[in-house]
Ligand binder design. Sequence first.
Ligand code: UGA
Length: 438
Amino acid sequence: MDQPVTIAVIGTGYVGLTTGACFAHLGHHVICADVDVRKIERLDAGEIPIVEEGLAEIVAGARSAGRLEFVVGASTASERADIVFLCVPTPQGDDGSADLTYIEMAAAEIGPSLRSGAVVVNKSTVPVGSTRVVERVIRRDDVTVVSNPEFLREGTAVHDFLHPDRVVIGSVDRAAAERVAALYDGVDTEMVITDPASAETIKYAANGFLAMKISFVNAIAAMCEAVGADVASVVHGIGTDRRIGSAFLNPGPGWGGSCFPKDSRALVKIAQEHGYNFTMMRGVIDVNDEQRSRMIHKVVRALGGHDRHVLHGATIGVLGLTFKAGTDDLRDSPALAIISELRRAGAVVKAYDPTTVPPVDDHRSSALVGIELCATAIEALTGVEVALVLTEWPEFRELDLDKAAEVMVGTVVVDTRNLLDPAAVTATGLSYDGVGRK
Ligand code: UGA
């Protein structure tokens, strides 16, 4: 590295905290700021508020090297920094567009205190044109605003930061872009330096394309069920074509999380605002909504019915609540959406997830209200008519199937993640229904 730089990171959510900790790990001095006093106190006391593999270790390492600080308030951090990263949330507004309130508030707060020559980097996912919005809010000729979208996946964020497929930087000022690129010295990857609008579009296009892949494979899985084909063989068969590849083609209950649902809708909205009707992306979203309904229909069938009336009073044992494995994040989780539909139809839901073992933190409980949370998978399956796998936690592969068959009152396992071995399930006397599996 040429020279360590002092970096401020505004917002210590999973993107901000990972970004800050990883830059400190690379040798820079990093000051992470948040408005949430309690969160900063916890971080300062060495607690990591999210489940993220490898994060605790690099935070501890950077802290003991004296390179990572946690402070309350954006300007407290930005006034000491050469480069300031905005990593605040951009939630979905009522009309599907990204809500820029937090970005604008953070930009307004740091504007007056920024050092002359500072670079402000937008890492939050923002609509095309937002780099300009931040410039207008900051109103400083001696400060440059650059876009540097993140491509981190929750659960593997540290790995993704340190071993990215590329780093994208968008700026009208080449020197500022290169200063940001230099922060990544030590990370062996391609630097894609472009203009701000292209950088912002790359982020949405990447998430939109990935969501499209999953919707596509879920639609193919539905086809497989109709024609008697096996989706794993089909994915293997198409994935060997290098133009297609087999990554990100696992069928499931539909995509969710804090990014794909919000970004896919924002993409449709941005296109619409600029006069383009993005019918393909609308279709990707529709297929995803249908996928959730298809999973509910599998439960209906498992109960021997044809419509949702059969769910009334039925007991369902759910394995997995988070939107995917490896994270404790429940935001826009397909599992919770499916459970809420089941409960609306009158089903009683017991559930086990390794990250929501009771007693559960207050701040997470509202999404879980009405679900009987259990301490083990077997407890969640005890006395239920249908077992329903909704998140692909590896530990469910080790489920004691004989025991499950013994404690359930019903006989069907609906596996929306194709996680279990169908032969092993049926060997216990239970029957198995996966997604697009023969
Ligand atoms: C996603 C992108 O993968 C990241 O590159 C991006 O930085 C991030 O959004 C973001 O915009 O912040 P993430 O939301 O953490 O990351 O989760 P993914 O691993 O992409 O999974 C998203 C959803 O798709 C999950 O519900 C997952 O279960 C589902 N999925 C994923 C499938 O159903 N099948 C697959 O093959 C892959």
